[in-house]
Design a protein around this ligand. Structure first.
Ligand SMILES: NC(=O)C1=CN([C@@H]2O[C@H](COP(=O)(O)OP(=O)(O)OC[C@H]3O[C@@H](n4cnc5c(N)ncnc54)[C@H](O)[C@@H]3O)[C@@H](O)[C@H]2O)[C@@H](O)CC1
Ligand SMILES: [K+]
Length: 526
């Protein structure tokens, strides 16, 4: 799913009005009806007090439309205008008049000196104070109003985005943001919903189709994409009937050291399970028996040293190399990595100590060929790019780093981000059960195994991250977050592939479709 910027949504809205010969007021009406339907389907006329708080811009205008439709349908509504400025938008003013015509009274105007209305914990708040037009700082009394919302513990539905949330910065004060229960985001989710610093401001989110011209949406290029099943299905390569193992490449895993041979075993097993034709592991001697006895399908080449890798040397010609899992950082290993990178021409996926050694020897980065994949966890990333003050700065630094060295960076986390230059792919699969030893080694093996089969590096990274998360989502259904281990994630990789073709995209998307239909049916009855 494309993630549009505020500017693109704004332009799309303007262009839709022109192309479809429709006014911005009518577009706002459509969006408001959608939000009303969303609520109406869930509330079924229940007389729960609904407090609609509107700002004075277009987000406030959206709030006024929803309030009017709720009132028209007999709901128990109180409408407030949070009157923080006299610069009201045109469509706010039109809808301000409309609501007066219906209710025969103006909404309650709230200023800095007014008391806040009482809000019960069972009530509903509709937050339409600020949308993406917020200019900081919001007035103190408005910030206090947001705290009043939070203290009430009422269900809070944010329109477009939680008021006070910015779309390109982390809020300096978390009290100056509405903590929404649910957000109906216009046309696309916001990047902020996926970042650890800002995701907390809405418990759930959903995309609301506000009717922006489909041609505009299809043809507008974006930098950020949310990766779900629809996005990875076209990447998947179907196996031909006459294919043989030679068609699926040869993955070489270089890693392991005394006490960390398991990392190389996990990566090798994952490369096989994801479909690599052949897998060889290059290990210190101590890894020979454990590897051969735990995975008979994997071939082994050993280093001269017993406990660590000291001289990366092999006679085979692998399609791709996954390097770094359990590698250790001894001086000899470091020297052998330097020597290896100077001559290596095979595509690389680098993880763990491979990244740590690169971070220690930054001059090695320029030896990496274009589209080499690095899969750092946060600490490894910090060693590579330095500290960051918040998620947006982190992204900026990752993009600059990717651009400078022409590398693909897989930033591991709750929503793993795959970054190539200015492009960001946000993964939608995975769960907290993945926060366990060895899952990173599994990811390295998966991506390496995909490249072995002929997936281009960027596609392998995006698809691999998706499969890894999906496999964990399947495994966790039987095991729960705590008991799931990295090995389980390998075992369900087959189910993750099968899921591509058997399951609907997500229960949430299904539910939305049903709701829409229900809403339409109800409207027709009225
Ligand atoms: N079809 C529709 O209904 C559409 C509705 N949209 C809505 O419009 C919103 C953006 O609307 P606006 O650009 O009017 O902005 P907002 O409604 O977010 O605006 C706030 C208004 O208050 C002013 N303001 C912002 N911060 C302030 C501060 N700290 N103190 C005093 N004044 C401040 C701004 O100048 C702006 O006029 C979106 O978030 C969305 O809700 C747009 O998404 C476009 C499509
Ligand atoms: K809002």
């Amino acid at each position: 799913m494309k993630i549009f910027s505020d500017k693109q949504i704004f332009e799309g809205d303007k262009l839709t009005a022109e192309r479809h010969n429709i006014t911005s007021t009518e577009l706002m009406e459509r969006a408001g009806i959608q939000i009303f339907n969303w609520l109406d389907v869930r509330m079924q006329g229940a007389q729960v007090p609904i407090h609609v708080f509107c700002g004075i811009g277009n987000n406030g205008g959206n709030g006024l439309v929803v309030a009017r439709h709720l009132i028209n349908h007999g709901y128990n509504v109180e409408t407030y205008v949070v009157n923080f400025s006299v610069n009201r938008s045109k469509d706010f003013l039109v809808n301000y008049d409309f609501i007066k015509q219906i209710t025969k009274k103006w909404p309650t105007l709230m200023g800095p000196k007014d008391d806040f209305p009482e809000i019960g914990s069972e009530d509903i708040i509709i937050d339409a104070v600020f949308g993406f037009g917020l200019v900081l700082p919001a007035a103190d009394w408005v910030v206090k109003l947001f705290q009043h919302f939070k203290a009430s513990e009422a269900f809070t539905l944010a329109i477009d985005l939680p008021s006070g949330m910015e779309t390109d910065e982390v809020p300096a004060d978390e009290n100056a943001v509405v903590w929404a229960s649910h957000t109906l985001s216009f046309q696309a989710p916001k990047l902020a919903f996926f970042l650890p610093d800002t995701a907390k401001y809405t418990t759930q989110w959903e995309v609301l189709d506000v009717g922006i011209d489909p041609n505009y949406l299809i043809n507008t290029p974006i930098d950020i994409e949310l990766i779900g099943k629809q996005e990875v299905l076209p990447i998947y390569k179907m196996r031909g009937k006459f294919s043989h193992k030679g068609n699926f490449g040869h993955a070489l895993i270089i890693g392991g050291s005394y006490g960390k041979i398991g990392a190389a075993i996990l990566a090798s097993r994952s490369a096989l399970a994801v479909g690599a034709g052949l897998v060889t592991a290059f290990l210190p001697k101590c890894g020979y028996i454990p590897m051969q006895s735990s995975i008979p399908e994997v071939m082994v080449i050993t280093d001269e040293q017993d406990e660590f890798i000291s001289n990366i040397k092999f006679e085979i010609a692998p399609t791709v190399i996954g390097l770094g899992v359990g590698l250790g950082t001894t001086k000899q290993t470091e020297e052998s990595l330097k020597a290896f990178l100077k001559t290596n021409k095979t595509p690389l996926v680098i993880d763990a100590d491979g990244i740590n050694l690169l971070a220690k020897n930054k001059d090695l980065l320029s030896l990496l060929s274009e589209n080499t994949i690095l899969t750092p966890h946060p600490k490894e990333l910090e060693r590579l790019i330095g500290k960051w003050k918040n998620d947006y700065e982190k992204l900026k630094k990752v993009k600059a780093f990717s651009k400078k060295y022409k590398l693909i960076i897989v930033v591991k986390g709750a929503h793993t981000l795959t970054v190539l230059k200015n492009r960001i792919y946000i993964n939608s699969t995975g769960n907290p059960g993945l926060a366990t030893a060895g899952t990173g080694d599994v990811l390295t093996g998966i991506i390496t195994g995909l490249i072995a089969q002929g997936y281009e590096p960027l596609k392998a990274a995006v698809f691999g991250v998706y499969l890894h998360g999906k496999s964990a989502d399947i495994a966790v259904q039987d095991l729960g977050f705590e008991a799931m281990t990295a090995s389980h994630v390998i075992e369900t990789l087959g189910d993750a592939y099968i899921d591509l073709f058997t399951q609907p995209e997500s229960p949430k998307a299904e539910r939305n479709e049903e709701d829409k239909k229900e809403g339409e049916n109800k409207k027709n009855e009225k």
